[in-house]
Design a protein around this ligand. Structure first.
Ligand code: PLP
Length: 385
């Protein structure tokens, strides 16, 4: 088994658990994307909810990416960390008045509107404040993303987006407003998508809808196909940079842009997942009746993905080269779901050994909580450690 490369000596003096970010890998990932979109009318908005650590955000912003935000505070964080307002899209089913005002006051690129009542609220707040709002309609394409049901978002039964039946009404409302400017359509079908045919299904739907709008006399400058590109959680060392070439090629093949049209993407996980690892210390190795438990000082409060969606993370004992043994790797939190992995093969562990939980850069640190009055995990970066 290949293990990741970690500065284990430096880790010894640090308080665990913490996130460790490989900034070189992050930069290589960002460059790989830049290479694919160069010379095309493609814009990538990084989805902040995957990881909103300011250091990470500054790095991504400095490479010229836009931002995809799902709360008012994410908009403020994106602005603070160097993303220009003209590249911030704002999605989410439950934008509050306060959050809409943050978007309007900063004149963000676009509101991705998810319902008729939201459209009404944006119109009211824009006209009340003498502002204009650029709008993209988030349409639920009823496409199956073939991913975990908690992270699929583009099916009719999901709460996200406008249904096709809402569209004539939405067009009427926009036509009747001096403060709303319709610039695009928006989609997002789910996350951790590894079956590329889901994106093909989405493209077919996009073309169909574009034709429908065109018959209503409506054309768009912006087509936004959302995010969702998955990563390889089982082999983090094998292809640490996702296959962006295949991903962008697929959209290029199916979506022919018209003059002046730009294609927007909202990638989160695939930018940041592989560059982050959660580093924990082995608190105890406990002999159970039929198995061994490796109890770490990290828990579901630091990384909730396994408990929340039975997510798999590759785990390594980075302090030992002893022979492999099988452990259930668990946290200290008082919940039976506080388990990072069952039947995990690790170099024989002892109290104090450092454990790396890999591919934790996305939906890790951002989802941390203080349940059990635990402290939030720290963060260290390979280039400043
Ligand atoms: C979460 C989210 C994304 C990012 O999804 P990833 O799977 O991390 O790429 C993009 N767009 C919207 C609207 C989202 O909610």
């Amino acid at each position: 088994m290949i293990k990741g490369q970690f500065p284990v000596e430096k880790f010894h003096s640090l308080e665990t658990p913490f996130y460790y970010y490989d900034m070189d890998l992050l930069r290589r990932t960002l460059m790989a994307i830049r290479k694919e979109i160069e010379g095309k009318n493609y814009i990538v908005h990084y989805a902040l909810k995957a990881n909103a650590n300011p250091r990470i955000l500054r790095e991504i912003a400095s490479c010229g990416f836009g931002a995809d935000c799902v709360s008012g505070n994410e908009i403020l964080r994106a602005l603070e960390c160097g993303f220009p307002a003209s590249r911030i899209a704002f999605a989410g089913v439950g934008k509050t008045d306060k959050e809409i005002r943050i978007g309007l006051d900063n004149d963000i690129f676009c509101f991705n509107v998810e319902s008729l009542p939201e459209l009404e609220a944006i119109e009211e707040l824009a006209s009340g404040g003498g502002r204009n709002a650029r709008i993209a309609l988030r349409i639920n394409p009823n496409v199956d993303a073939h991913t975990h049901r908690y992270i699929t978002t583009g099916m009719e039964e999901n709460k996200f987006g406008l249904n096709e039946a809402d569209l004539p009404k939405a067009l009427d409302m926009i036509a009747g407003s001096n403060h709303l400017q319709l610039i695009g359509m928006h989609f997002h079908i789910g996350s951790q998508i590894t079956d590329m045919s889901s994106f093909e299904d989405l493209c077919v739907k996009v073309v169909e809808l574009e034709e429908w709008f065109s018959r209503q006399g409506v054309s768009f400058d912006v087509i936004n196909v959302g995010g969702g590109l998955g990563i390889n959680y089982h082999h983090p060392n094998h292809c640490p940079v996702a296959d962006f070439e295949a991903y962008f090629r697929l959209f290029g093949k199916y979506l022919k842009l018209r003059e002046g049209q730009s294609l927007h993407f909202e990638l989160g996980r695939s930018l940041v997942a592989q560059c982050g690892s959660l580093i924990a210390r082995t608190t105890y190795v406990k002999e159970g009746v039929s198995k061994k438990f490796l109890i770490t000082d990290a828990g579901m409060t630091d990384l909730i993905r396994p408990a929340l969606y039975q997510a798999f993370h590759h785990i390594e004992n980075i302090s030992s080269d002893d022979e492999y043994e099988t452990y259930d790797v668990v946290g200290p939190v008082c919940e039976s779901s506080d388990v990072f992995g069952e039947g995990v093969s690790l170099n024989r562990a002892k109290r104090g050994d450092l454990i790396a939980i890999r591919s934790a850069g996305a939906y890790g640190e951002t989802m941390a909580s203080m349940y059990n009055c635990r402290a939030l995990p720290g963060a260290y970066f390979s280039d400043t450690l």
